[in-house]
Design a protein around this ligand. Structure first.
Ligand code: CA
Length: 425
């Protein structure tokens, strides 16, 4: 799963993807052909402005000129970048799909020949083997799906289209540095439409910062070597995520009947403090010693009707990989399933997906009613959930910030938005 797409696909539990620059690619009145022509015309001026920045960052002129001599806009990248998904799945559907079919048997199958290596890696880094394998599974289907876009072209397309100029340029400089240093060849430099590469789906800057050699051949090949991919993932979680050895990622929680959901997804308290307020661990499995006294967030990602979790600091470590509650939960629950531990006890609510119009209407209605959601963009992020919580609290509803179709219907009538539709821009 590449990360930027994931952020859109799991809107509601994600940061809002952003980008600077004049977005030609968003102009709604252009035909795809006219859009391509407009973007292609920007290649020359963009290369002229980008070349001195890349050279100042240490990229050699020869590498730069060779990399861009036949630059072609990757049309598939443009399409993926522009398409906000029409429907967003509820988190329970996403997590269930990730965990579905995972078992110790699958773990044995995908780690064949790797068990001593994984044990060694877990000892060295403190990151549990099943966590590493779960990240590997979600990022690339255990190495099967690593993306076949030429990373230089994909990132250049994002830069030229103007939507993600700064980020794309930064990552291009890293990709060019990889070529410059001879760490990987251009034919190797393949990845997702958003530039995430190999079995770890690392952006080029992650590769430079956290890629390591796991199999001892002196190179970091996150495309072809399972050992390199897993060792790099462990290094990333340890160094960027500050993974705590021995710590758990989360544990399911039982909430008291009068629990105030405005405390969920925000405040951190020690587990002891949560227990003193009447919350309970849902199972008797002991808590890791290293998690005692640490700040714990209470997550209720599908609202008051769904499961709740005590999220330990290692939940945050997983979010270094992808800053999304859904992602971090999915990694942890997949790791549990691969290790043969029991799954979530409380059922996930069965909610129909929200359409783009539902999401935008909800944001419009909340704003009209005086609950500020920030951008009205159909991405249900933290600001929208906060606004929804405040609205629910003001109406005496459980303030879980979790928007269902019924709640959005109520928001529409309160704000007198017609379901037939106001313009949504
Ligand atoms: Ca290697």
């Amino acid at each position: 799963m590449d990360r930027r797409f994931f952020l859109l696909a799991t809107a509601g539990f994600a940061t809002t993807p952003g980008g600077a620059g004049g977005p030609v690619s968003q102009a709604p009145d252009l035909t795809p052909q006219a859009q391509m022509a407009a973007i292609t015309a920007r290649i020359g001026p963009w290369l002229t402005s980008f070349r001195p920045k890349a050279l100042a960052a240490g990229v050699s002129a020869a590498t730069f000129d060779h990399a861009f001599q036949d630059l072609v806009i990757d049309q598939a990248v443009l399409q993926r970048d522009q398409n906000q998904p029409e429907f967003t799945k509820p988190i329970g559907d996403y997590v269930s799909r990730v965990v579905d079919g995972a078992s110790p048997g699958l773990y044995r199958e995908v780690t064949q020949g790797l068990v001593p290596f994984l044990k060694h890696l877990a000892r060295e880094t403190g990151v549990a083997a099943e966590i590493l394998v779960a990240v590997w599974g979600i990022e690339s289907g255990y190495g099967r799906t690593t993306g076949d876009h030429d990373v230089i072209s994909a990132l250049a397309t994002l830069a030229v289209s103007g939507r993600r100029l700064e980020l794309a340029e930064q990552e291009l400089i890293s990709a060019l540095t990889i070529l410059d240093r001879g760490l990987a060849s251009r034919t190797h430099l393949k990845g997702s439409w958003a530039g995430a590469m190999g079995q770890t789906q690392f952006l080029p800057s992650d590769y430079l910062a956290y890629g390591v050699d796991g199999d001892g051949d002196g190179r970091c090949d996150i495309w072809g070597s399972r050992e390199d991919a897993l060792a790099s993932t462990a290094n990333f979680l340890k160094r960027k995520g500050h993974w705590r050895p021995g710590g758990s990622w989360a544990r399911e929680a039982d909430l008291p009947a009068n629990f105030d959901f405005s405390e969920a997804d925000s405040d951190s308290h020690s587990l002891e403090a949560w227990l003193a307020r009447g919350l309970r661990l849902a199972t008797s499995r002991p808590v890791a010693l290293s998690d005692v006294g640490e700040p714990v967030q209470l997550l209720a990602p599908s609202g008051w009707r769904g499961p709740a979790f005590f999220a330990f600091p290692n939940h945050q470590a997983l979010r270094a990989y992808n800053n999304s509650t859904a992602y971090a939960l999915a990694v942890g629950l997949l790791a549990d399933a691969l290790a043969g531990r029991p799954g979530v006890r409380a059922p996930w609510p069965k909610d129909p997906p929200l359409s783009l119009k539902d999401r935008i209407d909800a944001q419009r209605a909340l704003t009209v009613l005086g609950f500020e959601t920030g951008l009205i963009d159909g991405v249900i992020g933290l600001a929208t959930r906060r606004a929804a919580k405040a609205w629910q609290k003001a109406r005496g509803l459980p303030a879980d910030g979790y928007l269902t179709r019924d709640l959005i219907e109520r928001l529409r009538s309160e704000a007198a938005l017609s379901d037939a539709g106001l313009p949504t821009a």
